[in-house]
Write a protein that binds this ligand. Sequence first.
Ligand code: FES
Length: 117
Amino acid sequence: MCGRPILVDDDAGWIAVCDLDRLKLEAIVRVAGRDLLVIWNAGDVVACARACPHEQADLALGQVTAGRLHCPRHAASFDLRDGAMTAGWPSPPLRLHRVRITGGQIWIEVQQQQAGR
Ligand code: FES
């Protein structure tokens, strides 16, 4: 389930995305203004790209089971520990982002935009 997008707050490459309690309820949360997701995975928080690296399907519409995020378009899935895709698919792994939790707030690391771009 993926509810309304959440607000973001830039802080030196890290953005605050939502409360841990909210993520536990919703399982998959979109990050407003970014093509990112945060996912509750059996006690762990994972942050990743929203677009599937195969054909850009919206992974916010996917399902999480047994530590894997299943793409809603095809039969492939991604290991939420390292982003590895189901064997045999001609695609790069799912891009993951570092996560930290402070006072019940989830933060994820995002790349800084380069000046002049
Ligand atoms: S678009 Fe996700 S597996 Fe094909």
